[in-house]
Design a protein around this ligand. Sequence first.
Ligand SMILES: [Zn+2]
Length: 462
Amino acid sequence: MKCAVHTRVARSLLTMLLAGLTTQPSLAQGPSRTLLRNARLVVTMEPRLGNGALGLIANGDVFLEGDRIAAVGQGLDGSGARTIDATGKIVLPGFVDVHNHLWQSLIRGCGTSLAVGDWLRTCVFPVGRLNVTEPEAYAVVRLSTLDLLSAGVTTVVDWSHAFSPDFARGNIQALLDSGLRFAFAYRGRLEHVDDIRRIKRDLIDPHPRASFQMGGVHPTIDEEVAKTLRHMSELAHEMNVKLHVHLLEGEHDRAQEPIRALDRAGALGPMLIGAHAVHMTDEEIRLLASRGVRLAHCPLSNMRLASGVMRLGAIHAQGIRVGLGLDGGANDTSDMFNNMRAAVGIQRALTHNPTVYPTVAAVLQLATIGGAEVLDMAAQIGSLAPGKKADVIVLDPHTLNFAPLLDEESQVVFNAQPSNVEWVFVDGRALKERGKLVGVNAAAVIADANRVAQRVRVALSR
Ligand SMILES: [Zn+2]
């Protein structure tokens, strides 16, 4: 099997190379130009460019030049550009997923009646003892990256348990091959600090679409953990990267005083991303707000693992920057539409108030520009504005699950599914065209991931 996966890796690299040769313009041709013409609605997320909080433009065009958005508006001149007729379609910035674990396609369907602690002990930690190889890590991450792209996610933070440097290499190679924009949050071990630096320097830094984060230890007030946390925080600071930790996901985490531990470690600041943050007191919310800490809200995961409901309204009221996360095998899906619906729905169900935060407009912001702000990338991604990176998706709403159209903005949240995502551009390059991923043999990708899952299941059952 190892050889088969190796062959797949080589074949997939070759396919990507060939695809690159046929889709990338030569220097003599100048940058590629694409005009998305006459969309029913362009949701720019830039109030200054259109109507309302989301900057809506009816019958709008988006002009992509090279890896950038060159213009957004009506009746743009597309001479010399590849023109895509977007009549009737809805154009949005690609989704930004600020917290995921891409290797966990390997454990989809595992422990679906377990709460977070038991789920980790049953489905996650045992995989660390199985010596998952580089090609195996590649195969399972490859599947997740393609699933994300197909669902309209163009930027992802992959918090990788990275059980070994080999695992990390396969994991990163799959991210690179996918064409996604990504941050690799590496849960490296401080006793192998050279590996952490090497992975950042050799595998991440050379790639403009990639960035590095420190995947931090689970914060607790325990003295040894606190020491590790301080070292991780210092290392992240020295490398000028974000520290990304799981924070107050389950109620039992409160006893471990993670926020006090992070404060003592000197980590409470704008370079910290806390995932989940479900069980916070008013005082803690105020403290995190005053320090500029960023949060990842993962409602589908919190529902699946019975973790609780994030106090999103109180967090928003204090001005904390929040993005949405899909959180890997903790919800079994790459569907950001579903995640948005859950973010809206659980607050309404809890408060019996249909206008509670997040509103439809607010949740669309959380899934795009909000995520970009969490990552300090709002100058590059998260909205459709001239000069920003051309990370764009086009939805076809003329489908059984979406039509008829009454309120497009709301229906993107309440009706849309990944199957409505017709086009996906990252850096101006079409990675999904007319509903199909470009240059991808999905059956082969699934077969490779299945083989790895089978090997892991047999090993775990012994
Ligand atoms: Zn997580």
